[in-house]
Design a protein around this ligand. Sequence first.
Ligand SMILES: Cc1cc2nc3c(=O)[nH]c(=O)nc-3n(C[C@H](O)[C@H](O)[C@H](O)COP(=O)(O)OP(=O)(O)OC[C@H]3O[C@@H](n4cnc5c(N)ncnc54)[C@H](O)[C@@H]3O)c2cc1C
Length: 406
Amino acid sequence: MDNSPAPHDADVLVIGAGPSGLALALALADAGLRSVVFDGQDEAALADPAPDGRDIALTHRGQAILRRLGLWDAFPPGEVAPLVRAAVYNAADPAPLRFDPAGSGESELGHLVANHVIRRASWAAARWHEGIALQPATRVTALQLETDAASVHTRSADGGERCWRAPLLVAADSRFSAARRQAGIGAAMRDFGRSVIVCRMAHERSNEGVAQECFHEGHTLAVLPMNGGCSSIVVTVPADRAAAMMAWPEAEFVAWVQARLGGRLGAMTLQGTRHLYPLVAVYAQRFVAPRFALVGDAAVGMHPVTAHGYNFALYGVEALAQQLVQARRAGRDLGRLETLLPYETRHRRETLPIYLGTNAVVGLFTDDRAPAKLLRSAVIRVADRLNPLKSAITRRLTDRGRALSA
Ligand SMILES: Cc1cc2nc3c(=O)[nH]c(=O)nc-3n(C[C@H](O)[C@H](O)[C@H](O)COP(=O)(O)OP(=O)(O)OC[C@H]3O[C@@H](n4cnc5c(N)ncnc54)[C@H](O)[C@@H]3O)c2cc1C
C-alpha cells in the first residue's frame, strides 16, 4: 500500500478572485510560486465585472505596488482620475480642512480608479499568467489545516466536487470571510448602523480634481472627482434611511445631493444606478495560523471614509509575498507559522492604528449630540492650522513606500 502523502496541486491555494486574491496570485507568480485561485462567481462576471459604484482612491504607495504587479499600466488612461486636493467640511461651516500635495514632491494626493476596472485588469493579467490556475464558478465549501498541508473541498457550478492540497491556504474571501471562521479565527466587528449609497453623477461645473467630504447632521456626503465632468457620490445615512433613499425617484435623489452641495458643482444628473453597502468594519484577531493566512478585507475590512481598504490589501499582499518568496529561496516550508508570523506583525503594525483612528473619526463625525458637534467643529478649525498634522496625513497618501526586496 502506498502511504506517501497526496501530491500538492500548487504552492498556495487562494479563496477569492477579488482584487486582493488576484493581486496575491500575481505577486507570487512573478516570483515563480504557483497558485490556484477559486471564486464562486462565473467567468463572465469575473472577467468583465459590472460597475459596482465603488471608486477606489489609491495612495501613491498603492499605485507603486500596482505598477510592480503590471496592473497600473493596464488601466485605460481615461479610467484613472487624479485626486489633486481634498476638503473636509463640517455642516454649513464654509471653512474646510484642506489637504493638498504641496511640499510632497507629487502633483496630486492620489488617483481614483473604479473597482470594476481594477477587477477586470486583475483578472485579465492573472488569466494568462503561467503559474496561476483560475477556477471560476467554484466555491470552497470546507477546509482543513493539517500538519503537512492545507486542503479545501470545492463545489463547482456544474455540481462537480473536488479536494485540493497545498502547503498554504490564503483566504481573500471578503470581510465576512467564511474561511476565517472555518479556520477558527475570530474578528472584531463594528457595525456602524449606517449604509452608504454610491453612484456616479455628471455635473455642470468642473470638480477641479478636488475631493469633498461634508459632514452634516444625520448624514455625510463625499464627492470624489472622476474624469469627464463627473464625480463619484457617496452618501452615508442611517441604514433604514438608506433603504428609503434607494427607493426615491432618480430626480428626487439628484435634487437632494445637489442641494446638499450648495450648488458647488452646478446642475447634476445621475449616471448609471445607485448601489448600497452596509457599513461594517472588521479586524481579524489573527492574520495567520499554521498553513493559513488572511489577506484583503478578510484580514482588515475598513470603513471607506479614509479610503484605505484596498490600499491596505496591497500593502499586505506585498508583505506576505515577500515572506513566502524568502521562505522558498531558503528551502523553508511555506505554511509554517514561523514563515507567516512576520507578515502578521508587520500588517498589524501598519493597519491597526489607522483602523482604530478611522473608527474614532467616524464616531465623532456621526454623533449628532451637541458636545460632539462642537468638538468636530473645533477639530476642523484647529487641524486646518496645524501644518505638521496636515503634512503627516498628506505624507501618508503621497509616500510611495519602498519596493520590498524579496
Ligand atoms: C463604498 C466603498 C468604497 C470604497 N472605497 C475605497 C477607497 O477609496 N480606497 C480603498 O483603498 N478601498 C476602498 N474600498 C474598499 C475596497 O473596495 C475593498 O478593500 C476591496 O474591494 C476588497 O477586495 P477583496 O478582494 O479583499 O474582497 P472582495 O472584493 O469582497 O472579494 C472577495 C471574493 O471572494 C469570493 N468568495 C467569497 N467566498 C468564497 C468561497 N467560499 N469560495 C469561492 N469564492 C469566494 C467572492 O465571490 C469575491 O469575488 C471601498 C469599499 C466600499 C464598499
